[in-house]
Ligand binder design. Structure first.
Ligand SMILES: [Zn+2]
Length: 398
C-alpha cells in the first residue's frame, strides 16, 4: 500500500524492521520530512499528512557509505570527465550507496592534481563526500594493481600540493609508513584534518605502530596490499588490528578475503571499527570485458577483476593479480551477513562507522531523527529493494 507524498514531500514508512544504532525496531516506523528523518520508533505509527509506505516486514538500514571506491557502471573517478564521475556515483547510488568518497590511484603528480581539482568541484556540489588519495606514496613491493612508475617517496610539499588541489575535500590519504619521509607526511595529514591510512605497504608491525603513534588512524583494505599476519611478525595487519583508535576497511566481496578472515577481523576489531568498502572499479555492474584503473589495464571475468597480462596491452608482468573489485555496497553487505556478521554490526560497518571516520556523522550514517533521510530497504534475503537519498526515492517505492 502506498500513495504519493503530500506537497511538502513527507513520508511515513510503517511496519518495517528498522535497524538503528540501538538495535532493531520490529515493527518500526520512520517519518521523513523533505530531506530529513523526523522520527524513528517501534510499534504502530499514527498516520498524519504524510504519504504512507507499508514495508510489510522488510528491513530498513541506513544508506551505505563507501569510503573507498574508484568507479562503477562503466566509468571511474580516475579518468574521464566529471560527467563520467557522476555516472559512477549514480550507479552506486542505485545500489544503496547514498554517500561515497571518490578514490584515486597512483598517477603522475600533475594528473592527480587535475583529477583532485575536478572532483573537488563535485564535492562542492554535494555529489561526492570527498576524496581519497590511494597513492602516490606507496610501496612497489605491495602495489596491487597500482602503477609503480608513478609512486613517489613521501614528501610534505607534495602532500600540500595535492591537499590544495582538493580544496578542503581531501578526506583520506593512503600511504606506506616504512618509506622515508612517511612519518612527516602522516603528521602533516593529521594536522590538516586528513585521515592518514596505512596501506599498500610492506611495513613491519613495529613500523606500523610508529605510524599510528604519529597519527595514522585507518587501515586501507586490511590484509590486502600488506604483509600477512604471521605469529612472530604480525605485520601491518596485526599492528592495525591491535590498536583501538584504528578503523579497518575490509573488502567483503568473497574474492579479496576468506570469510573466516572477515569473521576474525570483525571479532578482533570489536564494535565501531570495521568499515565495509567496495574498492570497486569501472567494471562494477558491467559485463566481463577489459577496463582501465588509472594507467593499468584490468580484465573483469566472473565478477573478479585482475591485472591484464599482455604488456603490449598495458599489462605489467603481474598478470592475474587481483585488482579493484566489481562489488557494490549492497553486495558486500549481503556477503558480510552471509559470512555470519551480526546485522547491527554490518549496518554500523556499512554506514555509521565510515560516517564517523569521514566526519559526516552529524549529517548521515544512521536512522536517527535529525539526520539526512538516507536509507535502503531490503527483503528477507537482504536483496536491495529501494533506496532513498535526502528524502527522494531513487529506485521507485519499496
Ligand atoms: Zn583502492
Amino acid at each position: 500500500m502506498r500513495s504519493a507524498p503530500d506537497q511538502d514531500g513527507s513520508w511515513l514508512l510503517v511496519r518495517g524492521r528498522v535497524v538503528t544504532p540501538d538495535g532493531v525496531l520490529s515493527p518500526g516506523w520512520i517519518t521523513v520530512t523533505a530531506d530529513r528523518i523526523d522520527a524513528v520508533d517501534r510499534g504502530e505509527a499514527r498516520p498524519g499528512r504524510q504519504a504512507v509506505v507499508d514495508l510489510d516486514g522488510q528491513w530498513v538500514l541506513p544508506g551505505f557509505i563507501d569510503m573507498h571506491v574508484h568507479g562503477g557502471g562503466g566509468t571511474s573517478f580516475t579518468e574521464g570527465s566529471s560527467h563520467d564521475a557522476t555516472n559512477a556515483v549514480e550507479f552506486h547510488r542505485r545500489h544503496g550507496t547514498t554517500s561515497l568518497v571518490a578514490s584515486l590511484v597512483t598517477a603522475p603528480l600533475a594528473d592527480l592534481e587535475a583529477r583532485a581539482a575536478m572532483l573537488a568541484g563535485l564535492a562542492d556540489r554535494g555529489v561526492i563526500a570527498g576524496l581519497h588519495l590511494e597513492g602516490p606514496f606507496l610501496s612497489p613491493v605491495r602495489r596491487g594493481a597500482q602503477d609503480p612508475r608513478h609512486m613517489l617517496a613521501p614528501d610534505v610539499a607534495v602532500f600540500e600540493r595535492l591537499h590544495a588541489a582538493a580544496r578542503g575535500h581531501l578526506r583520506v590519504l593512503t600511504l606506506a609508513p616504512e618509506l622515508p619521509g612517511a612519518i612527516a607526511v602522516i603528521e602533516a595529514a593529521a594536522r590538516a584534518g586528513v585521515t592518514a591510512a596505512v596501506g599498500h605497504t610492506d611495513a613491519t608491525a613495529e613500523v606500523t605502530s610508529e605510524a599510528i603513534d604519529a597519527g595514522a588512524t585507518h587501515a586501507t583494505h586490511l590484509f590486502n596490499g600488506m604483509r600477512p599476519l604471521h605469529h612472530r611478525e604480525p605485520g601491518a595487519a596485526g599492528a592495525l588490528l591491535d590498536r583501538d583508535e584504528v578503523s579497518l576497511e575490509v573488502i567483503a566481496d568473497g574474492v579479496h578475503l576468506h570469510d573466516i578472515t572477515i569473521r576474525l577481523a570483525a571479532r578482533a576489531a570489536g564494535p565501531g571499527r570495521l568499515v565495509l568498502i567496495t574498492d570497486a572499479m569501472a567494471a562494477a555492474g558491467m559485463p566481463d570485458a577489459s577496463y582501465r584503473l588509472g594507467s593499468m589495464r584490468v580484465d573483469a571475468a566472473g565478477g573478479v577483476a585482475r591485472l591484464a597480462g599482455d604488456p603490449a596491452k598495458g599489462g605489467t608482468g603481474r598478470a592475474g593479480a587481483i585488482a579493484g573489485s566489481t562489488a557494490t555496497m549492497a553486495g558486500v553487505v549481503r556477503h558480510a551477513l552471509a559470512a555470519g556478521l551480526p546485522l547491527t554490526e554490518v549496518a554500523a560497518a556499512a554506514s555509521t562507522t565510515p560516517a564517523r571516520v569521514l566526519g559526516i556523522d552529524h549529517r548521515t550514517g544512521a536512522l536517527r531523527p535529525g539526520l539526512a533521510a538516507d536509507l535502503v530497504v531490503c527483503d528477507d534475503e537482504f536483496r536491495l529493494r529501494a533506496v532513498m537519498r535526502h528524502g527522494q526515492w531513487l529506485t521507485g517505492h519499496p
